[in-house]
Design a protein around this ligand. Structure first.
Ligand code: HEC
Length: 155
């Protein structure tokens, strides 16, 4: 069967991740990647979460965003990461999950976008850009830490 021009949501393909990547691309191209990056770089962790993560992980991070039905894998409940890790928030693991570049090398498939690549925004993948990507991911890690259910906020 030939690929249809406009696949219906919920048909299972393309996945939410693909849809989202497409949306991000259109968004970035339409407004100019550099310009978009400028807006984005002023965001704090919570604002970044709302823009980049909420569609899948939900308003409160419980893994119930509106794209969920298009995904093969249910997004993690981000409020219970510490709880399911013996009360300790695994900051390094969370950082690596968000970044995704190390993981993608090992596993073929991943439902979540590889944010380490997305966040470069501009075509210049310089050391400075990489430092900024690291800062942005660090802010997201701290935001995820801040929404843990009471059990474990400390490292
Ligand atoms: C397209 C949907 C989607 C988007 C957007 C998304 N995620 Fe995810 N995320 C997932 C899915 C699905 C998983 C479960 C693991 C997997 O298969 O990728 C996951 C897993 C995670 C994990 C792993 C938790 C653990 O146990 O280590 C973290 C942390 C995370 N996401 C944070 C984020 C953050 C922060 C953002 C925004 C920058 C984000 N996600 C955006 C779908 C998404």
């Amino acid at each position: 069967m030939r690929r249809t021009e406009s696949p219906r949501p919920g048909s299972g393909t393309p996945t939410g991740a693909v849809l989202l990547a497409g949306a991000l691309l259109v968004w970035a191209t339409a407004s100019g990647r550099a310009q978009q990056e400028q807006v984005y770089s002023a965001f704090n962790g919570q604002q970044s979460y709302k823009t980049l993560c909420m569609n899948c992980h939900g308003v409160e991070g419980r893994g119930d965003g509106y794209l969920v039905e298009n995904l093969r894998v249910r997004p993690t409940d981000l409020t219970r990461i510490a709880e399911s890790n013996g009360g300790v928030f695994p900051a390094d693991r969370v950082r690596a999950s968000i970044d995704g570049r190390e993981q993608i090398a090992g596993h073929g498939q991943r439902e979540m976008p590889v944010w380490g690549d997305v966040l470069v925004w501009t075509e210049q993948d310089t050391a400075e850009r990489q430092a900024q990507v690291k800062t942005k991911i660090g802010e997201l890690v701290e935001f995820v830490r801040s929404i843990q259910v009471a059990a474990g906020k400390k490292e």
